[in-house]
Write a protein that binds this ligand. Structure first.
Ligand code: RB5
Length: 140
């Protein structure tokens, strides 16, 4: 199960992502926001981090204008490894090396085509389980 959240800056892209994930047969829960009315991204970051922490979500996606605010807010939570990725290489590497559990995207930074490629790569890549990566992520 993937939980997805956005603020107003990420709302339009979020709708495209949800449709894409559903077309792939992936279960997705949208925790808001529900319109392009101005709102506060930390509210939605918290809802997705809570879902990761309580086991409701396997992975999360957070979208705001830049992805930066969402990633800062999400990474305040213990057990959260939120990665801001605007390229496919980073999306693959952060799953393999960092076991990232949340992908953050900036809707004002990337177009929908690239965003969906980044999301597919993030979802389809597994943690490597290499001893060195386990050691490193256990250090923070
Ligand atoms: C909202 O205008 C914008 O600040 C927000 O979407 C995000 O980019 C914050 O990091």
């Amino acid at each position: 199960m993937i939980f997805i959240g956005s603020d107003h800056g990420g709302y339009a892209l979020k709708l495209e992502v949800i449709e894409h994930l559903k077309n792939r047969g992936i279960e997705v829960t949208d925790i808001g926001c529900d319109s392009e009315a101005s709102c506060d991204y930390p509210v939605y970051a918290k809802k997705v981090t809570d879902a990761i922490k309580d086991g409701s979500a396997d992975l999360g996606i957070l979208i705001c204008g830049t992805g930066i605010g969402m990633s800062m807010a999400a990474n305040k939570e213990s057990g959260i490894r939120a990665a801001l990725c605007h390229d496919v290489f980073s999306a693959k590497a952060t799953r393999e090396h960092n076991n990232a559990n949340i992908l953050c995207l900036g809707a004002r930074v990337v177009g929908p085509g690239l965003a969906l490629m980044i999301i597919d790569t993030f979802i389809d890549t597994s943690f490597s389980h290499d001893e060195r990566h386990i050691r490193r992520i256990s250090m923070y």
